[in-house]
Write a new protein. Structure first.
Length: 341
């Protein structure tokens, strides 16, 4: 039993102009948990990553090698990453990509020492957020990233560049499209392989998404190097995702159960829930490789450990079945995975 929806649901009706497959970049273990007020035990985090992989997700952002003072929830990166690193060694299609966030050269050193093969840097399109998040100007942050990206590439690691506040900023309001394009170009020039466009406070609308993607193409940025990262503050995340898919984007960030927010932007609510995304994609006939039932059961399991229900509409709709599936797999879990906060 997988805990999935009733047989045959959602019904698949493919639409013209959409990709046949989408890669979901799962950010729940890092972006989803980073703002939790109570520290989640490392054993639970490791089990979370493993359950996500078991549900078919093949890119799971494991943790961040930021200084513990800034993000206490992720202070256990040195313990967590080795506990899940074997997932990346699986054969063929079963291998799981385990990118990690690094803020600077010291974070990169820590990540590479543990065998990380993919890293991410986290920039901002606005000066206000760059100051709040990195205590630097946009230019200073890019200068800090330059040796990080260069050293990562020398080590053979893939590099993703996150760019926050692409659609709006809580301090500055609207963000000009050309400003976002300019910072994106600079991140690519540093050597980033992929850019994730962040709607950090969830204010984007489909037309805005299309306008930014079009402007990036006109500036020489190929769609194949872009991913999108939407928050659902105003209920627009799925609509914005569909606009990006129609433009040709095939990598979408999401967080299991809709976990997450941003510790430096109070108006940032949860990420797009992976289950909500999968429901829509499967209904469009788009392959994700994800078992929705197992994924939902994973989010129900994690919600129990966090002591509150998931905000994901799909998880709530499927929760009774998923709870049964979670109980069915209990006997296979390690005792540590049931440790309550």
């Amino acid at each position: 039993m997988t805990g999935g929806p009733a047989e045959g649901l959602p019904m698949a009706f493919p639409a013209e102009g959409l990709p046949s497959r989408v890669r979901i970049h799962e950010v729940g273990p890092r972006d989803g948990l980073q703002n939790e007020p109570s520290v989640v035990p490392v054993e639970v985090k490791a089990e979370f990553v493993r359950r996500l992989a078991g549900a078919g997700l093949r890119t799971v952002e494991a943790t961040s090698f930021v200084h513990p003072r800034w993000v206490p929830q992720l202070a256990d990166a040195e313990q967590l990453f080795p506990a899940v690193a074997d997932l990346a060694d699986r054969a063929g299609a079963e291998a799981v990509r385990l990118p990690v966030l690094v803020p600077n050269e010291r974070g990169l050193e820590r990540a590479l020492a543990l065998g990380a093969r993919e890293i991410a840097v986290f920039g901002s399109a606005t000066e206000s957020f760059a100051k709040a998040n990195l205590n630097r100007t946009v230019d200073e942050a890019l200068a800090m990233f330059e040796p990080v990206v260069a050293r990562a590439k020398e080590a053979g690691a893939g590099v993703r560049g996150y760019l926050s506040m692409c659609f709006g900023d809580p301090w500055e309001g609207s963000v000009p499209v050309d400003r976002v394009v300019g910072v994106c170009r600079r991140l690519l020039d540093l050597g980033c392989d992929e850019l994730s466009l962040g709607d950090t406070i969830g204010v984007a609308t489909p037309g805005h998404v299309t306008a930014l993607l079009t402007a990036l193409n006109e500036a020489g940025v190929p769609t194949g190097r872009l991913a999108v990262h939407f928050h659902d503050t105003y209920g627009q995340a799925l609509a914005n995702t569909l606009a990006a898919l129609r433009h040709g984007v095939t990598t979408v960030d999401a967080s299991a159960g809709g976990l997450g927010g941003c510790p430096y932007a109070r108006s940032a609510t949860g990420n797009l829930a992976t289950e909500d995304l999968v429901w829509m994609l499967h209904g469009l006939g788009i392959d994700t490789g994800v078992d929705l039932g197992l994924l939902t059961a994973t989010s129900v399991w994690m919600a129990e450990r966090l002591g509150r229900p998931s905000p994901s509409r799909t998880v709530r709709a499927l929760a009774p079945r998923a709870a049964d599936a979670s109980r069915d797999t209990t006997a296979q879990d390690s005792p540590a995975s049931h440790k309550e906060q």
